[in-house]
Design a protein. Structure first.
Length: 320
């Protein structure tokens, strides 16, 4: 029976995947945690199809695959998969680009509002028995008076802009792949990255992690930001150089940050970022909702089903 190997997953079971794939005569074999090549290789070596969530599908892992016809990522980003190594083996890599758009956009805006209105800080003060403002009055911002820079204008970035328009802030967008007229039509202003960093009171990241964007927020780019600006990242932890962000927060160069993603993940509990009052950290949960998870899993399984039936699978991202 052909084997579908699920390298790692955060769901309770694989019942959705099995309901789609077992009727096609496929055996679904998964493991909860496969975060190293040594954990993954024994599972995928003889697999006909591979689905992965966070496991590193690097050249070593791909080189060990003897029968694999497709690799499908549970998610939008594919930075844990070596696309070139897969292409060299003629293995298509697919993602799920159209799930969790609203969830992540909602989460980003929630984090923006939290940093602006200090909701978490004030709630914690009350829980601790206090009352009144938890921060100086100057720290209580208003979106109406702010310029927000949105880096990346894909599906999620567009939805963030659509939501933020109602808060009356000035919106700058940087995305060299998008026509400035399309950005203007959405109610924002196209800007170069340096211009956006220099003018924005808050920067929110919505781009994939690539060779061009990895660690784009670093000491050099932070130096171009407004003094006291804030940062939100609900995209990929590797967009930010963690040590440089920490230094900027410690110095006050960046006033506050809200991170749904970190580098590495999970973040070390001993990292000073975890204890900082001006930092809000979530555990990569912006995409989570019952509806989005169901769509993610059924879409990933359906891509495998297409390949198993000799059809071209959807959303191939490595040029095959």
């Amino acid at each position: 029976m052909p084997k579908v190997a699920v390298t790692d997953f955060t769901f309770e079971t694989l019942d959705i995947e099995e309901s789609i794939l077992r009727p096609l005569g496929l055996a679904v074999v998964g493991q909860k945690i496969g975060r190293t090549p040594e954990q993954v290789i024994p599972l995928v070596a003889d697999a006909d199809y591979v689905i992965t969530q966070f496991a590193p599908i690097n050249a070593q892992v791909i080189g060990a695959m003897r029968n694999c016809k497709i690799i499908v990522r549970y998610g939008i980003g594919v930075d844990n998969v070596d696309l070139k190594a897969a292409a060299a083996r003629k293995i298509p890599v697919c993602n799920v680009p159209d799930y969790c758009i609203d969830e992540v956009a909602d989460h980003a805006v929630a984090m923006i509002l939290d940093l602006t209105r200090k909701i978490t800080a004030n709630a914690l003060k009350v829980k601790a028995g206090g009352w009144g403002l938890a921060v100086p009055l100057a720290g209580m911002g208003c979106m109406r008076d702010m310029t927000v820079g949105v880096v990346g204008f894909g599906r999620i970035g567009r939805q963030v802009v659509a939501r933020l328009k109602g808060f009356k802030c000035e919106l700058l967008v940087h995305d060299p792949m998008v026509d400035p007229d399309a950005i203007a039509a959405a109610g924002a202003t196209a800007a170069g990255v340096d211009d956006l960093l220099g003018r924005s009171d808050l920067v929110t990241l919505h781009c994939p992690s690539t060779d061009q964007t990895r660690q784009m927020i670093n000491a050099r780019s932070i130096a171009k930001m407004k003094n006291g600006a804030m940062l939100v990242n609900t995209s990929r932890g590797t967009l930010v150089k963690t040590d440089d962000l920490l230094a900027a927060l410690q110095s006050g160069r960046i006033a506050a940050a809200a991170l749904d993603v970190t580098d590495p993940e999970p973040i070390d509990p001993a990292n000073p970022l975890v204890k900082m009052d001006q930092v809000v950290i979530n555990s990569h949960i912006a995409s989570a909702s019952p509806r989005s998870v169901e769509k993610l899993r059924s879409s990933a399984a359906s891509a495998v089903a297409a390949a198993a039936q000799g059809k071209r699978p959807p959303n191939i991202v490595n040029g095959l």
